[in-house]
Design a protein around this ligand. Structure first.
Ligand code: ADP
Ligand code: MG
Length: 341
């Protein structure tokens, strides 16, 4: 029998391969695989939005530099981010966990204290989960449930040529934070007496270890009566997410490097690491900002929101999905997705 290696397909190819023979059989399944969250509606009124995400020790987090409380907080936040990316309001989470006996009750208490803080901050309720032992390490699997009127749910596939491409906040900081922590980890492993000094780098490290989901941006959309035409959260880097929006909307896009928001700290630290700051923004990941498109006639509604940048435009599919550099050259955007395997 032929053996195909997982990395021949990549993450998205694999998901597509495994799920393509499933078709939706229930009219209550408004949206299945392929967006930040699934959408379900029984009867009339609000629809339910549901998403699940897994964090695996030594793949998604390294306990050498991840405080347990932050791990719990982040596990919740990354799930809520997918609910906000549908323009929905998260209400509940379920937490499933497997752990080896290297974890003490006190260690698990710390993780759950982080989860409790996130539940409090985002006003969501922990309503269940599952607990089991594992031979090695820890896996956390969280499911988030939210709600929204079906007409206000924003999918990845609604972008149209002429729409403006927008992002919240700034990009690349978490990736640079990770590089900082990885560098200090190597120093520490070589000489455990060396304690890392992170003066002035709190912002970058914080963006990795304690991200926030953009609840405020969803609230802003409601206040401004603005309904984006498409939206996705930025977990794998801007490039990959622009490709998702374009592929699902059957459009192209042009992203202007000049307008991609990168904080000054990120910019300078990236250069210290001999990395191009735009590469951190395009391929870094773990930013948990929102990428969305709006009809050009709504441009005035975001004009005074300094935390939203217009980074480009949706164009016809035939014109490609491209980055225009500061020097005026064009590059095709490429997906990186994950390569954990
Ligand atoms: P995100 O990065 O927003 O969490 P993913 O890239 O993990 O989204 O997933 C993309 C889509 O594929 C989602 O709709 C998700 O529910 C679905 N998906 C991911 N893994 C599987 C799987 N093993 N089986 C079925 N659907 C999956
Ligand atoms: Mg997502």
């Amino acid at each position: 029998m032929k053996r195909t290696e997982l990395n021949e397909l990549g993450e998205f190819g694999l998901i597509n391969h495994l799920t393509k023979k499933f078709s939706l059989q229930n009219s209550s399944s408004l949206k299945g695989v392929g967006d930040d969250a699934a959408v379900i509606q029984y009867g009339t009124g609000k629809a339910t939005v549901i998403s699940t995400d897994m964090l695996v020790e030594n793949v998604h987090f390294d306990l050498i530099y991840t405080p347990l409380k932050h791990l719990g907080y982040k596990a919740v936040v990354v799930n809520l981010s997918d609910i906000y990316a549908m323009n929905a309001i998260p209400r509940q989470i379920l937490v499933s966990m497997s752990m080896s006996n290297k974890y003490s009750v006190e260690a698990l208490d710390e993780i759950y204290e982080g989860m409790r803080l996130a539940c409090e901050h985002y006003a969501v309720d922990l309503v269940g989960g599952d607990t089991t032992s594992s031979l090695k390490g820890m896996t956390l699997s969280l499911t988030a449930v939210g709600e929204q009127e079906p007409s206000k749910i924003v999918y990845r596939n609604g972008a149209k040529p002429g729409d403006l491409l927008c992002v919240s906040g700034n990009l690349g900081a978490a990736y640079v934070g990770l590089q900082l922590l990885e560098r200090e980890k190597q120093v520490f492993l070589a000489n455990p007496k060396m304690q890392p000094v992170f003066d002035g780098q709190d912002y970058l490290i914080g963006r990795l270890l304690k991200p926030e989901a953009r609840k405020d941006i969803i609230e802003f959309f409601a206040e401004a009566s603005l309904l984006p035409t498409s939206m996705i959260d930025i977990s794998d880097g801007l490039s990959s997410e622009v490709l998702h929006i374009c592929n699902q909307s059957k459009t192209g896009a042009i992203v202007e490097e000049m307008h991609v928001p990168v904080s000054e700290l990120t910019y300078h630290k990236a250069l210290d690491f001999n990395t191009d700051p735009i590469v951190c923004a395009m391929h870094g990941g773990e930013d948990y900002e929102l990428l969305f498109t709006i009809n050009a006639k709504d441009a005035d509604k975001i004009k005074y929101n300094l935390d939203i940048s217009i980074i480009g435009e949706i164009i016809p599919a035939a014109d490609g999905i491209r980055l225009q550099t500061k020097a005026g050259r064009f590059h095709d955007l490429t997906a990186q997705g994950w390569k954990h395997y």
